[in-house]
Design a protein around this ligand. Structure first.
Ligand code: MLT
Length: 254
């Protein structure tokens, strides 16, 4: 393995898999040792999943992954549900986190309507199946510009969602509903933090990211124009530049 200053752990969103990071893995390999695992039950990970997969379950899997690979500290980079998992990991193992990249995510918990929607998502995944859910979900996660101009990205998002397992999708949906609100503890985050979002993210609108940036002491906010909820897929160059700059600053080389 090449000697890098940072290990970068990329944590995918819901209901997606590690291929979300296709445009980051290689492009960032010269500045970091990049890890992009499939979360439990997603992508090529065929482990049995319980009825509910909590963010703590995913965070524990990731900690074991680091232990197995002899990696002491990482920069955590989580998109959406990946961000919820990154928050959970940071709370449990702060000494293992050198930096935090929060992409298209939020620190608030689900409200009652949101939790009801999780139950409906879990039911739809099991009863209707992923192929039916994929087209509707892809339209929500991508920005208007991407939907209008990039059929290749739309197809990629639809395919990624459609190939996930209903059981893991249902379990993670129910697990997300249990995550706590973290708005009042953001001020305790001491690691350097980069927040990335797209100005067309309809699921996590801009004020959501701005509110996190206002509360986390050492945070910078990068807003990518024309990108939606999957900012790293929709605008990989801008996304990668933001991550590169952040890693260079962490390493003291910028
Ligand atoms: C995701 O992209 O991971 C989801 O939109 C997160 C969520 O549903 O809260």
């Amino acid at each position: 393995m090449a000697e890098h200053t940072s290990s970068l752990l990329l944590i995918h969103g819901f209901p997606l898999d590690s291929s979300l990071w296709h445009d980051q893995r290689m492009a960032l390999a010269d500045v970091a040792h990049v890890l992009a695992p499939d979360l439990r039950g997603f992508g090529a990970d065929e482990r049995e999943v319980p009825e509910v997969l909590r963010m703590e379950d995913f965070a524990e899997d990731l900690k074991e992954l680091l232990d197995r690979n002899g990696i002491d500290r990482v920069v955590l980079c989580g998109l959406s549900m990946g961000g919820y998992i990154a928050f959970t990991f940071l709370e449990r193992w702060p000494e293992r986190v050198a930096g935090l990249i929060l992409c298209n995510t939020r620190a608030t918990a689900d409200d009652a309507a949101g939790r009801d929607a999780r139950v409906a998502t879990a039911r739809d995944a099991r009863e209707k199946g992923m192929a039916v859910m994929a087209r509707a979900m892809a339209a929500k996660v991508l920005g208007a510009r991407t939907v209008g101009e990039r059929p290749d990205i739309v197809d990629r998002a639809v395919a990624m969602i459609a190939r996930q397992r209903p059981g893991a999708t249902a379990a993670a949906a129910l697990g997300m509903a249990q995550r706590p609100d973290r708005m009042e503890v953001l001020h305790r985050i001491t690691v350097p933090t980069l927040i990335i979002t797209g100005d067309e993210d309809a699921l996590m609108p801009l004020p959501t990211s701005q509110a996190m940036a206002d509360r986390i002491p050492n945070a910078r906010l990068v807003i990518i124009p024309g990108a939606g909820h999957l900012s790293n897929v929709e605008a990989p160059e801008a996304f990668n530049t933001a991550v590169r700059n952040f890693l260079a600053e962490l390493a003291g080389t910028r």
